[in-house]
Design a protein around this ligand. Structure first.
Ligand SMILES: [Zn+2]
Length: 74
């Protein structure tokens, strides 16, 4: 599915798995309403990997995870 990131406005290809209407897993995007809310800003519903994994608070919490793509250094 294609999801628009609420932080950078880019459309990203993402996977979101639901079970009984609850989100159980995501790839490519972080969805509000769960454990990621603490890294989200007011009004954000979906944040792409790049934005989340370069967020200072996220990087402090998960220092081993950061966004990588060819040609990009965080
Ligand atoms: Zn983004």
């Amino acid at each position: 599915m294609r999801v628009v990131c609420d932080r950078c406005g880019e459309t990203v290809e993402a996977l979101v798995a639901y079970d009984d209407g609850r989100i159980t897993a995501t790839a490519g995007v972080y969805i509000s309403g769960g454990q990621w809310d603490r890294f989200m800003r007011p009004g954000e519903g979906a944040v792409c990997d790049r934005c989340m994994q370069t967020d200072p608070a996220y990087m402090r919490a998960y220092p081993g995870t950061y966004w990588r793509r060819e040609g990009h250094a965080p």
